[in-house]
Design a binder for this molecule. Structure first.
Ligand code: AMP
Ligand code: MG
Length: 520
């Protein structure tokens, strides 16, 4: 196994001088050195062939003991010095102080094909940032992160990725629903990868400590290594940097809205500076199209991170980042202008994204009204988002009166689609047909285009849970089946048609399917 190791983060940035692995406040440093915990009986459950290739490894490499040992943390690669990053963050709207990689350990950075990949083990033991927790991860949350991050990539959504999923062979105590019922679960480790794992919180922690010197050092480092096209550090470059982070963040969230992904914990420590989807915890996929939905039971009261609020939270988080890097610029206006631009862009981009989901190529003023009416009817009775948009591509302009039939499968309670709701649907389809007449493409061409925007297969919450239940009993076939299917989410893939269905009834209120806690 030969990796082209090119460590930068732990070479160019200040390290915590304390080498002991004790929990503490770490000041004036970007990271602490830490060695992963040894696992008792590691077993490789799955590897991503695409990610192997990205870092320059072969499938044979992945079968070696060396690979297993390195990616479970049992062996440290020569000439590398694993570390945990120091960051802070706003959690659920409140400043939480220092957080840091409490159970993620960065192994090294690899360069291959002009791409930089930081390799990080999640669940490899405690670090100075573990606070009161154990630094470990359980199988269920690891499978969810492993499958979903790769699925997001194949959906065309900026994301961290996953290289491998292993069982550690050790048991981990968890209280899944925080109700006093702790139980042992299988421990697991995911090796996740990204160009960088820097988060908003890495910058916030220095700002919160008035440590402008290290703040500047980290911003300059980030620009040099990840935003090099912006040029040499200067006030203008810092503003351009913030602008790009803002644009990337919005772009990512618009994608989430398009596919119905709800992150669940958009705390600023879970916001990547590169605009990648990061930290797959109690995330979920919309089944019924519902602005107010969140999978995260920890957020049940306020629903701060509900589907319809994600673009607003992106803005709120960017404001915190602006506050953090403000000391380097000392002028508020440029930041305000960028944040105001986010607000305008977010309206425009959401509208255009919805246009693309409906198969509109051109823009008409009345589109907004048609979309608002659609969203309103979608909320009247529980309607499956994925099935609705996918099947809508079968709509025929000349058969507007059959619109309801085309999307019938999307209703969880078809018996509720009567009276006024039925009328509103029929009226909407009439208007939709009229609007489509303004386009120049045929029904067939429109369908083809819509099917590149509206995925047929997403990792529904219950699907991940089925894979988890099997894997817990030692059977990983379903992990692989879902992994393979989710590589081509926009293709018909008739062999997987059984997954193009609404959430089954048993999964409606099952823990892990519609209700997830932060316990992982
Ligand atoms: P999350 O909600 O997963 O983004 O985690 C928030 C913070 O808690 C981060 O600093 C994590 O590293 C830390 N954390 C979460 N779970 C654990 C764990 N089992 N052991 C140590 N730290 C953890
Ligand atoms: Mg996190």
């Amino acid at each position: 196994m030969k990796l082209n190791i090119q460590d930068k983060f732990n070479k160019k940035l200040p390290a915590d001088p304390v080498l002991e692995n004790t929990r503490r406040q770490v000041k004036k440093a970007c990271f602490s050195y830490v060695t992963p915990k040894k696992t008792s009986n590691p077993e490789l459950l799955h590897v991503s062939p695409e990610m192997l290739k990205n870092i320059g490894l072969s499938e044979a490499d992945a079968k070696s003991d060396h690979f297993l040992n390195v990616f479970t943390g049992n062996e440290v690669l020569n000439n590398t010095k694993p570390y945990a990053m120091c960051y802070g963050g706003h959690q659920f709207g409140n400043w939480a102080g220092q957080l840091g990689d409490g159970r993620a350990i960065n192994l090294c950075e690899v360069e291959h094909n002009n791409q930089n990949w930081a390799l990080q083990l999640k669940g490899a033991g405690e670090t100075p940032y573990s606070r009161t927790a154990d630094g470990l991860a359980v199988l269920r949350s690891s499978i969810r992160e492993y499958l979903c991050s790769e699925a997001m990539f194949h959906l065309g959504i900026p994301t961290t990725r996953a290289l491998s999923l292993v069982l550690s062979g050790d048991n981990v105590l968890r209280d899944v629903m925080y109700d006093g019922n702790s139980a042992y679960e299988k421990g697991a480790i995911v090796c996740r990868t990204a160009e960088s794992f820097l988060r908003f919180g890495n910058f916030q922690i220095f700002a919160s400590r008035q440590d402008d010197e290290n703040l500047k050092g980290l911003v300059d480092y980030t620009i040099k290594h990840h935003f090099a096209h912006l040029g040499k550090p200067s006030k203008e470059t810092y503003i351009a940097f913030f602008k790009e982070v803002s644009e990337r963040t919005l772009n990512m969230i618009i994608h989430w809205q398009r596919v119905g992904f709800v992150h669940g914990v958009m705390n600023t420590d879970n916001m990547s500076i590169l605009g990648l989807t990061i930290d797959y915890g109690p995330y979920g996929w919309l089944e019924g199209y519902e602005y107010g939905w969140t999978p995260n039971t920890t957020d049940r009261e306020n629903k701060r991170y509900r589907y319809g609020n994600q673009p607003n939270i992106g803005l709120w988080n960017l404001l915190q980042l602006a506050n953090a890097i403000y000391p380097l610029v000392e002028e508020a206006e440029p930041f305000e202008a960028i944040l105001n631009q986010y607000k305008t862009d977010f309206e425009d981009k959401l509208l255009n994204m919805m246009r693309s989901k409906l198969g509109f190529h051109n823009e008409y003023e009345n589109d907004q009204k048609l979309i608002l009416e659609l969203e309103d009817i979608l909320h009247q009775t529980e309607t499956d988002m994925t099935i609705f948009f996918r099947n809508l591509s079968n709509f025929k302009i000349e058969k507007a009166s059959e619109g309801l039939k085309v999307i019938q499968n999307a209703f969880y309670k078809p018996e509720e689609v009567i009276g006024n709701i039925e009328k509103r649907w029929n009226d909407w389809f009439e208007n939709y047909a009229e609007r489509l007449k303004k386009e120049t493409v045929s029904d067939e061409e429109r369908k083809e285009h819509m099917n590149t925007v509206n995925p047929k297969y997403v990792l529904r919450n219950y699907m991940a849970q089925l894979a988890i239940d099997d894997a817990d009993k030692g059977d990983c076939k379903l992990i692989d089946e879902l992994f393979q299917m989710l590589k081509k989410p926009y293709d018909e893939q008739l062999e997987y048609e059984k997954w193009f269905v609404k959430r089954p009834d048993w999964a409606r209120d099952k823990v892990g399917c519609s209700m997830l806690s932060c316990s992982s």
